[in-house]
Design a protein around this ligand. Structure first.
Ligand SMILES: Cc1cc2nc3c(=O)[nH]c(=O)nc-3n(C[C@H](O)[C@H](O)[C@H](O)COP(=O)(O)O)c2cc1C
Length: 177
C-alpha cells in the first residue's frame, strides 16, 4: 500500500470485528514500533499485548469506560520508562512521552497498511492500569490502542476535518504566510 494512502486513510476506529489477527501480521505491526527513532536511540518503550477477553474488558473500563476498546481482539498498552535523559531545552520532561508516541504512531500506520484499525487512547487511569498490569514504578502508560479489523472497511477514508496547509505553515518566521 502506498505510504501516502496509508497516512491519508488511517482513521480512529471504534467498531471492530471479532476476527483474529494472525501472529505474522501482529509481529509486522509491532516491528514497526520497534524500529522507530528515539532520543539518543534510548528506546525507552515496552508494549504490552493483551488478548484475553476479560483483561481487555478491564483495560477498557480503566480507559474511563471506553468499552469499544474491548471489542477488538488485541489491546496494546504502550509504556515508557522515565530514564531522565535530556532531549535538550524545555522538552526534558517530555522525552519519554515523545519517544513512545513516535513508536506508537509507527504502529498505528503499520496497522492501517495491514487493513487493521486502531484508535489512539489517551484517556485512561495510569495508576490503575499500572497496578493491573504490574507495571514498575518508574514506567508510565503513554498510549493505548485497540487493534482489530474494522466493522466496516469504509471507515478507512480521507479526513475532511483538518486545517488547510495555509493555516499551519509559516515561511521563514512566525506569522509570515
Ligand atoms: C493523544 C491522543 C489521545 C486520544 N485519546 C482518545 C481517547 O481517549 N478516546 C478516543 O476515542 N479517541 C482518542 N483519540 C483519537 C482522536 O479523537 C482522533 O485521532 C481525532 O479525532 C482525529 O480523528 P482520526 O484519528 O480519525 O483522524 C486520541 C488521539 C490522540 C492523538
Amino acid at each position: 500500500m502506498d505510504f501516502y494512502e496509508v497516512i491519508k486513510t488511517r482513521r480512529s476506529v471504534r467498531s471492530y470485528k471479532e476476527d483474529e489477527i494472525s501472529e505474522d501480521v501482529l509481529k509486522r505491526v509491532l516491528d514497526a514500533a520497534r524500529i522507530a527513532p528515539s532520543g539518543s536511540n534510548r528506546q525507552p518503550w515496552k508494549f504490552i499485548i493483551i488478548k484475553e477477553q476479560e483483561r481487555r474488558q478491564k483495560i477498557a473500563k480503566l480507559c474511563h469506560n471506553q468499552l469499544f476498546i474491548a471489542d477488538a481482539p488485541v489491546v496494546i498498552v504502550g509504556c515508557g520508562r522515565d530514564i531522565h535523559y535530556n532531549r535538550g531545552g524545555w522538552m526534558e520532561e517530555c522525552s519519554v512521552i515523545i519517544d513512545v508516541a513516535i513508536a506508537f504512531d509507527h504502529l498505528t500506520l503499520a496497522a492501517r497498511a495491514e487493513g487493521l484499525g486502531t484508535c489512539w487512547i489517551g484517556s485512561f487511569d495510569n495508576d490503575e492500569i499500572k497496578d493491573f498490569l504490574n507495571i514498575p514504578e518508574d514506567v508510565n502508560v503513554v498510549a493505548i490502542t485497540p487493534l482489530g479489523y474494522p466493522e466496516k472497511d469504509s471507515v478507512f477514508c480521507e479526513s475532511n476535518d483538518r486545517l488547510p496547509l495555509e493555516e499551519i505553515i509559516y515561511h521563514e518566521t512566525w506569522g509570515k504566510k
